[in-house]
Design a protein around this ligand. Sequence first.
Ligand SMILES: Cc1cc2nc3c(=O)[nH]c(=O)nc-3n(C[C@H](O)[C@H](O)[C@H](O)COP(=O)(O)OP(=O)(O)OC[C@H]3O[C@@H](n4cnc5c(N)ncnc54)[C@H](O)[C@@H]3O)c2cc1C
Length: 407
Amino acid sequence: MRIAIVGAGVAGAIMARGLAQLPGLDVTCLERVAPDDQAEAGTGLNIGPNAVGALSRVDAELANAITAAALPWDTWRVTLTDGTELMNIRMRDVAPSAGWRLRWSELYRVLRQGADGLIRYGADITDMGPTGDGSGRTFLRWTDATGAHALDDIDLLIGVDGRFSKVRQRFAGDAKARQVGVAIFRTLLADTSEGVINDYEQWFNRDNRLLGFRVPPDHIYISGTFPISVGGDITDAHKAREALREAYTPSDGTLSEQGQWLVEAVCNPTTNLHWARLQESEVRIFEPDSDVLYLGDSSHGMVPTLGQGATQAIEGSCTALMVIRDLVAAGNFDPREWLGAVSDARAARIRFVMNFSLEASDTLLAGSDPVAGTLKKTEPAFQSKLKQLYHDFDATWPLQGQERAAQ
Ligand SMILES: Cc1cc2nc3c(=O)[nH]c(=O)nc-3n(C[C@H](O)[C@H](O)[C@H](O)COP(=O)(O)OP(=O)(O)OC[C@H]3O[C@@H](n4cnc5c(N)ncnc54)[C@H](O)[C@@H]3O)c2cc1C
């Protein structure tokens, strides 16, 4: 059975490694960038315990390799920028394990090393589509440093080429995006905080929020948000360093030691800020007429509030691998059935994660009260959803080995 994977990012590298270990599958994975080019990945990631749990169950060796490159995400603290504490969650109280904190480029390095020899780098896709014979099969054309290449009669095409997915655009048109009305900037800096910034924290001044944490080897990741009009642009006036200083400084000027370090770091003119708007896109798991599967950002762009983007790319890939492993073990090599089974396992879960991420963004919206909004997150209703988020990563996995035999 011929499988082609477009994109060797978070989901693509995990899928390439996992599928190549199964019998009867011929796996080709195409990646646009060169092997050591992680230019798009100059940032830090906090990855939820649900991804740690899912990957540990599906591929413990790969999970251990990420753990070795990461720091544990043990706590989630929320304060005002003047230092007033609003919430301090220990991850072990809401999750089966800690999460991970690491640089995005490190995650790519570890995952791509895990798929060593399976990825064709520097691939520029020139054409793709259905074979046109009604079989559901697809084809790919691409060029790389060695020339032009073709792959015909692909039984399963996995489009994991990120949030601007060419595969999804080719088979389903542009994904509709929904703007939330929040601007976000991100930066990765050398750690000069001398221990002031460590595990995952958020700091509010009115509806403006900073977020930061330390990542190996010696860096601090900072992200900041503030409201803008829904669908509006982020203007130069929004980006001006003095406007940012004003946004995160309390009206009486009293910043905590952490607040002071963060505001100075963000407002330093040499700090390179990367800008985006919070948005989510419609979910699409597979194509109805062609055997094409989407995972990660190509399937579901989500707001980053709960750190579930890469987390869901990992969790979703693990679910897909469990489903496919189970079907292969039962001798089922029908890609239509694989797609239906992955969709059954993922659809409700991803809807829950996206809705919950949006719900948790309430304190980022214009005019929101961070004190009332954060205190609500300490109440049983929110805490119970958080436990569901972090624990239920395998609730819909197919039955395994002995469990299946016992049925
Ligand atoms: C600044 C920033 C901070 C973030 N912080 C967090 C966080 O803290 N926690 C979290 O969980 N998530 C976070 N995310 C989201 C997370 O990074 C993404 O959700 C995750 O990388 C999605 O994984 P993916 O495999 O779907 O796509 P990607 O990791 O984006 O991988 C897509 C791959 O496809 C390749 N590609 C693209 N087009 C083509 C093509 N035409 N042909 C071949 N290859 C192609 C790309 O080069 C890339 O390697 C953040 C995102 C950003 C931008």
